[in-house]
Structures are given as structure tokens and as C-alpha cells.
Write a protein that binds this ligand. Structure first.
Ligand SMILES: [Zn+2]
Length: 322
């Protein structure tokens, strides 16, 4: 028998491969008709895998010819953080959705992942970033700031971004994260860093694109896969990339983040087991500081991202206006 033309060497153990043992894989399609370029990512947090499953369904639909790209470009990254995904943990060495900035000398795994993903994202107009959350609650989409020329996050594509957020078919849209996160940084006595607020979405906006994050449901809940699947369909339809017939849209409520409270003392207590989107009225008692100082609602609004056991000098809860 003739010797083979080539032979793959056995894959070395992960530890033997310098700093980036887990390569990142993506699928891409480009139509001959010009149009917008969309990138869809899953598993930026490795234990948030509903987006990965939904993306794989779409890859299969394109590969089988069931779906066809009509114009523009589409890139799908089923697993943005293979190290964390392989461990089924949120992070590999650190949170990939913080300090999403290419560095001249990447050090940890996520630094290397950013070096790979940042130029990929920057070559698209829009990003759909698929996540899931701990515990129950309502799925929601997140957008960024209003159009502005300010120093923190200048932006000019708020209308396109909101249209993308509406297209994914979720009942809640949360706006304006970085601005309020920056308030938390100011109030954290140096424990939180400003550049930690820069995730995938903020990076897209800094490169002239626009981006939304979809929180599609509880980690591991099969329903979250359906939500993510429908979210991709909505984005593809909105941008005219695929001809897809969508079912009825739910009524959508838009809330804007307005305030954030920092956990200062282990004795700080919330007034009840607040959940995401729980409404409150002006003046309602939200929490009490260890020294007895009450925190009353400064407006009619709703609770977001409550974290009763937050580490000291970190975000305890956010407040949003309807
Ligand atoms: Zn996440």
C-alpha cells in the first residue's frame, strides 16, 4: 500500500500549547448582493450555551440549503470562549465581556481571545451577542446609549440599534448600561475599573458599529434555545439577510438604567428578595444600609441585576426608569 500523502500528528495536550490552547471557530457566508454585515456570537460566557445551540441550528439551515443568504455578510461564532465553554464555566481566566480591548501583549486566555475576536467584530456593522442568566426571570435585550458626542461612549446609530433590539422579539429592552456602570466605578472607591465596562457591545460601538446583547433565559433551560433561535431569525429578517416569516411580536417595554447602588457592608440588606424587572413606586423602601440608613426609590421604576450577596464595593443593584 502506498504511504499516505499526509498524516495529522496527534494533538498535543492543551498545557503544551503556549497561551491559546483552544482555537475559536466561526462560520461565514457572503452574498454577491451588497448588504449589511451581521455577526452573531454565543458563549462569550462559557456556561451560557443556549446561543451556541441556536447558532448551530442556523449553521445547519444554511448548510442544508433550507436558509439562504440574500445579501450582505453573515458570520456566526457558536463558541466565543472555548476555554470557558469546555469547562462549562462563566470565565476561562477572566470575564471575556470585560476589558474587551486588543492589547499589544496579551497575557491570559481571554486577552488572546479578544485579539482574535476584535478584528472579526470590527469588520461587521452589527453584533448580536447571545447570553443567558442564572435563575428565573424574563428574557430581555440590551442596547447602549442614546446618540451622543460625549467622551464616555459617543454614538450615532441608536435608531438602528433599537430596531435590532426590537427585532429579536423579546418583551423587555434595557438601555444605557455603560453610563450607569461608570457611576458605579466612580462610587466603588477604586475597586471597580472603568475599562472593565468595555464588553463586546461597547467595542462594536467604538469601531463604528452597533450591537445588542440578548439574555435569552435561564442557563440550561431548553426554552432559552428557542428564544435565541427566534432572536437570530428576527435579526436576519430585519437586515434583509434571510427571507423568514416571523410569528406575532410580544408587547415590548423599554426601560433605561438610571442609577446603581454599591454594596458597602455585609450588613447592608435589601428590603425583599428583589428580582429582575420587579417594579417599585417612588419612595418605596428598597434596602437598608448596615447603619440603618434607608434607601428609598428615587422614582417610579424597576429593579435590575439585583445581587444580594455582591462583594463589598461592587454593584449591589441597578434601578431603571420605564
Ligand atoms: Zn453572559
Amino acid at each position: 500500500m502506498a504511504s499516505p500523502a499526509f498524516e495529522l500528528r496527534p494533538t498535543p495536550a492543551a498545557s503544551a500549547v503556549a497561551a491559546s490552547p483552544f482555537p475559536i471557530r466561526w462560520h461565514g457566508w457572503a452574498a454577491t448582493e451588497p448588504g449589511p454585515a451581521l455577526v452573531v456570537m454565543g458563549a462569550v460566557h462559557g456556561n451560557e450555551q443556549s446561543g451556541t445551540h441556536a447558532i448551530r441550528r442556523w449553521v445547519q439551515r444554511f448548510e442544508s440549503g433550507q436558509a439562504r443568504l440574500l445579501r450582505g455578510r453573515l458570520t456566526m461564532v457558536p463558541v466565543a470562549n472555548p476555554k470557558a465553554f469546555g469547562q462549562n464555566t462563566r470565565e476561562g481566566d477572566r470575564n471575556l465581556n470585560r476589558r474587551f480591548l486588543p492589547l499589544p501583549e496579551p497575557r491570559d486566555y481571554e486577552d488572546h481571545a479578544v485579539s482574535v475576536l476584535a478584528p472579526l467584530l470590527a469588520s461587521h456593522d452589527a453584533l448580536l451577542d447571545l447570553h443567558s442568566y442564572e435563575g428565573d426571570g424574563v428574557p430581555f435585550a440590551m442596547t447602549g446609549p442614546q446618540n451622543n458626542g460625549g467622551p464616555l461612549e459617543p454614538f450615532a446609530r441608536a435608531a438602528e440599534e433599537l430596531a435590532l433590539a426590537r427585532s429579536v422579539g423579546l418583551p423587555r429592552i434595557v438601555q444605557g448600561w455603560l453610563e450607569v456602570y461608570d457611576k458605579a466605578v466612580q462610587a466603588s472607591h477604586g475597586r471597580m475599573r472603568g475599562d472593565e465596562g468595555l464588553g463586546t457591545n461597547e467595542f462594536m460601538r467604538s469601531r463604528g458599529g452597533y450591537a445588542i446583547t440578548v439574555e435569552s433565559g435561564s442557563h440550561g433551560d431548553p426554552a432559552a434555545i428557542e428564544v435565541a433561535d427566534r432572536a437570530i431569525a428576527g435579526a436576519l429578517q430585519l437586515l434583509g439577510l434571510v427571507d423568514v416569516q416571523l410569528g406575532e411580536q410580544p408587547a415590548q417595554q423599554i426601560v433605561r438604567l438610571h442609577d446603581v447602588f454599591i454594596k458597602r457592608d455585609h450588613g447592608d440588606r435589601m428590603s425583599r428578595g428583589w428580582k429582575n424587572f420587579d417594579p417599585f413606586g417612588l419612595g418605596e423602601l428598597l434596602a437598608t444600609r448596615a447603619d440603618g440608613t434607608p434607601i428609598h426609590a428615587p422614582f417610579d421604576g424597576c429593579m435590575l441585576f439585583p445581587h444580594a450577596d455582591a462583594p463589598l464595593e461592587r454593584e449591589w443593584f441597578y434601578l431603571a426608569r420605564r
